[in-house]
Design a protein around this ligand. Sequence first.
Ligand code: ADP
Ligand code: MG
Length: 366
Amino acid sequence: MTRDGVFEAPGRINLIGEHTDYNDGFVLPIALPHVVRVTAARRDDGVLRLSSRQASGVTEIRVVDLVPGAVTGWAAYVAGVVWALREEGHPIGGFGLLVDGQVPLGAGLSSSAALESATALAVTELSGVSLERRALARIAQRAENEFVGMPCGIMDQSASLLARERHALLLDTRSMETEHIPFDLAPVGLTLLVVDTKAPHRLVDGEYAARRRDCHRAAELLGVPALRDLDGAEQDLPDRLRRRVRHVVTENERVARVADLLRADRVREIGPLLTESHVSLRDDYEVTVPELDVAVEALLGAGALGARMTGGGFGGCVIALVEETAVEVCTEAVEVAFAGSGFAKPECWTAVAAAGARRADHVSAV
Ligand code: ADP
Ligand code: MG
């Protein structure tokens, strides 16, 4: 066992299945080539020393002093993972951890889960603690839920830890069953265009928690363990809850249909389902903002086969399935539409499905 090493975990883009994970539903993310890298070294003094190239200051705390609230800000994502592992009885001691990330922070590409996942992999591997990737994802989620205080689902951490290159990850968030479905657009002349809208996140944490509460309440009223267990999209509920439920049920169906199409090599046909997902998130789930809606409309107007917001909403990114030959015209259309609406300049790039978290140094045979 080595004392130090370099570990990388990617951000993610969710192809479809938005706000389904905390309803025990299905999601279909890909990992991005962008990673958060953690350089880790075990320490014998029981101290956790954390720094990041993307943040100022150094956090130092003894691992025995870790309790929720003891560390705040970005370092909580890292310290939380060590706390969660120790809570579950794993002997994680002191560490020096240096973070360097390429996943843009707060853009909806899940830099937080990438940071947690890289940390979880680093400290377990260097401590000789052998845990399955699914267990690491749960640990990372627990860190974010209980230590950071963000009630996120399990999708982001699963994508970061379980995804494979050139594949999308179909995940049943209840059973944690996974299927790696080929997702390789270049051979068929297509690409996934990502538009980072740069829209400022507004009220995001409060709204996210409010949606979770709506879903929980609806499930309670309908007498099911989770919205995933409903058969029909139309339920007898007060208007707002009725629309929330309709989104979750139809979104789960769309994930299944997209997965079927991908398995059948009919990727072009997923376009309309992506767009339907956006409409549902806009009208029924109400988590879009003008920047997201304008981007989707501009992309579709410029010939995209389908487009939707991705991530939690209230800002962040839009994805579009486009012909490789149409990338430029789609990018231009978004830029023009944003300028016309007085929005900040968006950033457009194309994404491929990359590999999940890994050790990135050369391990000696010691
Ligand atoms: P997202 O996960 O979509 O990027 P979040 O708000 O969930 O957005 O997580 C972003 C937070 O994660 C940042 O505010 C910061 O606290 C932490 N973070 C992510 N990457 C880094 C990094 N490279 N260095 C320091 N903190 C990071
Ligand atoms: Mg996050």
